[in-house]
Write a protein that binds this ligand. Sequence first.
Ligand code: ATP
Ligand code: ZN
Length: 226
Amino acid sequence: FNQNSNRLRIAMQKSGRLSQESQALLGSCGLKINLREQRLIAHVENMAIDILRVRDDDIPGLVMDGVCDLGIVGENVLEEESLQRQLDNEPCDYAVLSRLNFGGCRLSIAVQQESAYDGPASLNGKTIATTYPRLLNRYLKQQGVQARIVTLKGSVEVAPRAGLADAICDLVSTGATLEANGLKEVEVIYRSKAVLIQRKDLADAAQLKLINTLMPRINAVMQANE
Ligand code: ATP
Ligand code: ZN
């Protein structure tokens, strides 16, 4: 993985909910990827592309810092990183090339099934656990709600039962996990899908040409799956 090479660098999730479909999408676009399970970097055999396989949380930053040229990541993670970087005055530029048709989920507030909930004002003075403090904070501000946010990187759904929080703000797709933990979904604060992003200052002619070749293929795969 050479910073000075002009191979196009694409960041994708190594293992998780987006990795299979990200890999399948690139495969459908004709990239021959030799993925050895433990490898961080995979070289595409038939195009000037390297694939970097990382935690999804690292993908927005890699693109915003210009370390990778493209990335496939959930909008939830992208928007959270973007809000955080704006606050920290760090680089947060990127362009969305395509909204993809996988990774759909919503970021929702949930409370314990037995607790009375009567709109966002019910959250005043409460403690809410989440992995997305900036997105939650934006929502609470918009609603004029004053609540305490506790940031947890994992196991958010057990926080109320563990007495760590009154409510949670977490990703939901079917709602089964919430139900299994005695929680009910009360507000959807953000709807997310996976997106393909590009770094803003990409200028290399060969790389731009390669992206121009890939985009129609990606859009065709998206349409075929509709
Ligand atoms: P990593 O180890 O890469 O940090 P992770 O555990 O943070 O992985 P995953 O659970 O694999 O992340 O989810 C990756 C992304 O998949 C989420 O950020 C979200 O955009 C999307 N997603 C789709 N449905 C769900 C869901 N039901 N729960 C969580 N994430 C979902
Ligand atoms: Zn993650």
